[in-house]
Design a protein around this ligand. Structure first.
Ligand code: NI
Length: 280
């Protein structure tokens, strides 16, 4: 991590209009053409490429393929890095993070300083990056907790229908969390999808690099495979108020099934063993 230049100091501010806020409440998503600077995009691409080249993640097991069983040999088709800011703390200080927080605060109608944030990076490699099937983000989350949250999704390359831009079902955020299942019906595959989605009215939202969409955790969305010759690097950040404990846990058995497989992973076990050895 020595070759990377420092985080650029150039900055600019983006705030949503009242129309953006109304549209978000109506549709369950909103998009912005640009919320970061050219300099910062260059810096983010360098960070991103370093992290994906390392394949180690920001913590043990924090890199994996969303489309195939955990730690399977061979080519990763939809690799993800969780919470990269643990590895590169400057990611918390970007123009993207500041604008993201300001916009998330306005769209949710809550004060900025009540929002926690965490990031993830999802790569769709050129020519063979997998589809991201229809899902709601809340389907991935802790069944014991209730959330007031919004997701920001920024491509670092132009996101087109052919490279894997997001598609949303307008108004789907007002519905319940649908029944999800693991890709290939294998709980050792992290990626989830639902076959209960009504997607006839779905809208594709292509974006230039540095543009961002925001979506509600129940908004149905998907992205196609990347059939282009250019990789599609995306950097997402979730903004949420502190989750509260639910009276009754959500009935999402796929979460529990997936957790069992996650905890079986060698990398997780190695980290736990290392921690326990040090504690002795
Ligand atoms: Ni999602």
């Amino acid at each position: 991590m020595t070759s990377r230049p420092p985080l650029p100091t150039s900055t600019f501010e983006v705030s949503p209009t009242d129309e953006d806020v109304d549209s978000f409440h109506e549709l369950g998503y909103a998009s912005f053409e640009r919320i970061t600077t050219d300099d910062e995009l260059e810096w983010l691409r360098a960070v991103y490429d370093e992290l994906f080249a390392e394949k180690t993640g920001a913590f043990p097991g924090g890199y994996f393929d969303l489309a195939r069983p955990y730690d399977a040999p061979g080519q990763d088709r939809l690799p993800q890095i969780l919470v990269p800011e643990l590895r590169v703390p400057e990611l918390r200080d970007t123009t993207y993070a500041r604008n993201g927080r300001r916009i998330a605060s306005a769209l949710l109608g809550v004060p900025e300083d009540t929002l926690q944030t965490w990031g993830h990076m999802i790569l769709k490699p050129a020519r063979y990056g997998s589809e991201t099937p229809w899902h709601q983000d809340e389907a991935y989350w802790d069944i014991e907790l209730a959330y007031n949250a919004i997701g920001a999704w920024m491509p670092l390359d132009p996101a087109t229908v052919d490279s894997g831009c997001l598609h949303f079902v307008p108004g789907s955020h007002r519905g319940p969390v649908l029944r999800h299942r693991h890709i290939s019906d294998d709980p050792a595959v992290h990626g989830l999808w639902t076959d209960e989605a009504e997607t006839a009215d779905a809208v594709a939202v292509p974006l230039p690099a540095g543009g961002t969409t925001f979506h509600h955790p129940r908004t149905l969305h998907h992205a196609g495979p990347n059939t282009t010759d250019v990789q599609r690097r995306a950097y997402a950040n979730e903004f949420q108020q502190a989750p509260t404990r639910r009276d009754v846990a959500a009935d999402h058995p796929w979460v529990t099934e997936g957790q069992v497989e996650w905890e079986k992973r060698d990398k997780i076990q190695a980290a736990l063993a290392h921690r326990d050895a040090r504690a002795r």
